[in-house]
Design a protein around this ligand. Structure first.
Ligand code: NAD
Ligand code: GLY
Length: 360
């Protein structure tokens, strides 16, 4: 088992990474109170909720469950209200711990419910997708979507602990494994060329779910994220680099309808666009972009975005949370393994970046 630490100004907490950790009550116990609300969805509840319920039952913890419908399209106010309804009807108080059991959608929503219910109750992340294990469960970003933009309503709110049970990945569908791999590759692209090379060398085995390699990939990504979040908890600066590919990616997700393109798929295509934009501003070569496309393809991810009108791309990207004083800011690459924040003042480089991906 690996133990990492996230040290933010607001809170310090551990990340545990290993196999069958869901059964290890001793890891959970110091971080939960006597009463617990488990938030999950219909899919994950069928697969992994009984294990958690048994552990809590056997150790005398009082709990109730909130089982939401499955899908990005349900990451909204209605689902959030279902969580609040359950918390109120079960008389949850400020000592009730909310446990998120699921992927990023459940983690983000349960986290936002925890941040806001009675102005904040303790919260635990048990991420069950590769994407949530390497990214969304760490660092305290919580949110729901708005019809006009992804993750537009949310809060920074750190969990008490992140418990990563790699055994839960055994039941993850192939397409979701790929989606998670997009965020894994993102870490290499934005800040660690050696990790990118390691991923290139090991991608076939990672996609075959080699346990040792997956554990190493999850550990590496969590450590990188913990280091970045420790420097900049509320994204004033360096944390924005974690958004590589996300400005284009969120535009894809919103335009296509939440859930049609998986978040990781949109991040993969969005990262390729970020590379092409980097070429436009002169910092990357076409051969670098080809290398990036190849690693996404090796992870069975899309390397091209869907086509839609330039005005639609712009409308979505203007909602991006990195926009400052009306100016759009993008994460670009100075070179592979080194990202930076670039303000794009005129539309020309964006038009050129998207030229091949515009509908007629
Ligand atoms: P998800 O939560 O929708 O999970 C993907 C699918 O896998 C769902 O159908 C889910 O039910 C299923 N699933 C989950 N665990 C499973 C398991 N062990 N076995 C079988 N099926 C399982 O999607 P995701 O990719 O985990 O997360 C994407 C979300 O995370 C997006 O909403 C994105 O905006 C958000 N996100 C947040 C952050 C952050 O910092 N908070 C970072 C990245 C992404
Ligand atoms: N996933 C981006 C962040 O946590 O900042």
């Amino acid at each position: 088992m690996y133990t990492l630490s996230v040290d933010t100004p607001s809170h310090q907490y551990p990340i545990y990474i290993g196999n069958n950790l869901l059964q290890k009550f001793e890891l959970l116990q110091p971080h939960i109170n006597q009463k617990v609300a488990i938030v999950s969805n219909t899919t994950v509840a069928n697969l992994h909720l009984p294990t958690l319920e048994n552990v809590l039952k056997n150790n005398g913890i009082e709990f109730f469950t909130v089982i939401l419908p499955d899908g990005e399209q349900y990451k909204n106010h209605d689902s959030l209200n279902q969580i609040y309804d359950a918390l109120l009807s079960h008389h949850a108080d400020r000592k009730t711990t909310i446990i998120a059991l699921g992927g990023g959608v459940i983690g983000d929503m349960a986290g936002f419910a925890a941040a806001t219910y009675q102005r904040g109750v303790p919260f635990v992340q048990i991420p069950t997708t590769l994407l949530s294990q390497v990214d969304s469960s760490v660092g305290g970003k919580t949110a729901i979507n708005h019809p006009l933009g992804k993750n537009m309503i949310g809060a920074f709110y750190q969990p008490q602990v992140v418990l990563i049970d790699l055994a839960t990945l055994d039941t993850l569908p192939e397409r979701e494994l790929s989606a998670g791999m997009a965020e894994v590759i993102k870490y290499g692209l934005l800040g660690d060329i050696e990790f990118l090379q390691w991923l290139e060398d090991n991608m076939p085995a990672l996609m075959q779910r080699d346990k040792t390699l997956l554990a190493e990939a999850v550990r590496h990504c969590c450590q990188m994220k913990a280091d970045i979040v420790a420097q900049d908890e509320t994204e004033q600066d360096v944390r924005a680099l974690l958004n590589l590919g996300h400005t284009f990616g969120h535009a894809i997700e919103t335009e296509m309808g939440y859930g049609v393109w998986l978040h990781g798929e949109a991040v993969a295509a969005g990262s390729v666009l970020a590379c092409i934009l980097s070429e436009q501003i002169g910092s990357l070569k076409p051969a670098d972009t080809e290398r990036v496309k190849a690693i996404f393809r090796a992870a069975r991810l899309p390397d091209t975005p869907p086509k839609f009108a330039f005005e639609r791309w712009l409308a979505h990207m203007r909602h991006d949370k990195k926009v400052q004083s009306g100016k759009m800011r993008f994460i670009t690459l100075k070179q592979l393994g080194q990202a930076t924040i670039t303000t794009i003042e005129d539309e020309q480089p964006l038009r050129k970046t998207l030229a091949a991906y515009l509908s007629q």
